[in-house]
Design a protein around this ligand. Structure first.
Ligand code: C5P
Length: 226
């Protein structure tokens, strides 16, 4: 078998950004590249885990040695994650669209059908992380929180509130803005558990991902792998 801190463990990581169709050719989406989730999948694989990457519209290639499950919409991502919820580690790194388009059209919309001032109505998507947290499980559930809060203490406080609200075991908190957080840039994350900040890492996404995976491996140490 493989060696490393996560040898014998199964890890599922969602990455990228979900798209919600308006019609067969248009969608509402976000700018997530999937770089952080892909870096995590790569770090987990390097630590010896069997890794599945549930990729939503990735802008970056999936790492070698990782099973890739491609999805587009939030509904598809939810189904892929629920099917794999019994993994030893489940990481929700994807930017999930909070809303989907109500009554998405089966046929391409046109200016004739839409008129001069169309409106797109949205409806709430399920919160996949919260749903995973509500399932009976033995594994470790890791969520992400991208916040724009400039003040550091307030940022961490928002993260702690989010962790509690979602019910995950760990929350990876990062600050995002117009030039922070998205794409292959330097980043800083804090990893939170119910008691507070358990790790603080800065640098390229690959090195931050290794620090997060170290944290996960420490949590799992002492529990038995099947
Ligand atoms: O509430 P917020 O979007 O900031 O939460 C971010 C975390 O929740 C991420 O782990 C993200 O993958 C997850 N999420 C989810 N389903 C949603 C929205 C966010 O699983 N509908």
């Amino acid at each position: 078998g493989r060696s490393g801190a996560l040898a014998g463990r199964s890890v599922v990581v969602s990455a990228g950004g979900t798209r919600e169709p308006i019609d067969p050719v248009r969608f509402v989406g976000n700018r997530s590249s999937g770089a952080m989730g892909v870096a995590l999948a790569s770090a987990a694989r390097a630590a010896g885990a069997t890794v599945t990457l549930v990729g939503a519209n990735l802008h970056v290639p999936a790492p070698a040695g990782v099973e890739l499950v491609e999805v587009e919409t939030t509904a598809q991502l939810r189904e892929a994650m629920l099917e794999r919820a019994s993994a030893d580690v489940v990481v929700m790194a994807a930017a999930v669209a909070d809303y989907r388009v109500r009554g998405a059209a089966d046929e391409k919309r046109s200016k004739e059908s839409w008129g001069d001032a169309p409106t797109i109505e949205l409806e709430l998507n399920p919160d996949i992380l919260a749903e995973l947290a509500g399932l009976p499980r033995d594994g470790l559930l890791v969520g992400f929180g991208a916040e724009t809060e400039a003040d550091d203490a307030a940022l961490v406080e928002r993260g702690r509130a989010k962790l509690a609200r979602k019910g995950a075991d760990l929350l990876v908190l990062n600050r995002v803005g117009h030039d922070e957080g998205f794409g292959p840039v330097e980043t800083r994350v804090r990893v939170l558990d119910a008691d507070g900040v358990v790790a603080d890492a800065s640098g390229a996404k690959a090195s931050v991902a290794r620090a997060i995976i170290d944290c996960v491996a420490q949590r799992l140490a002492g529990t038995t792998s099947l």
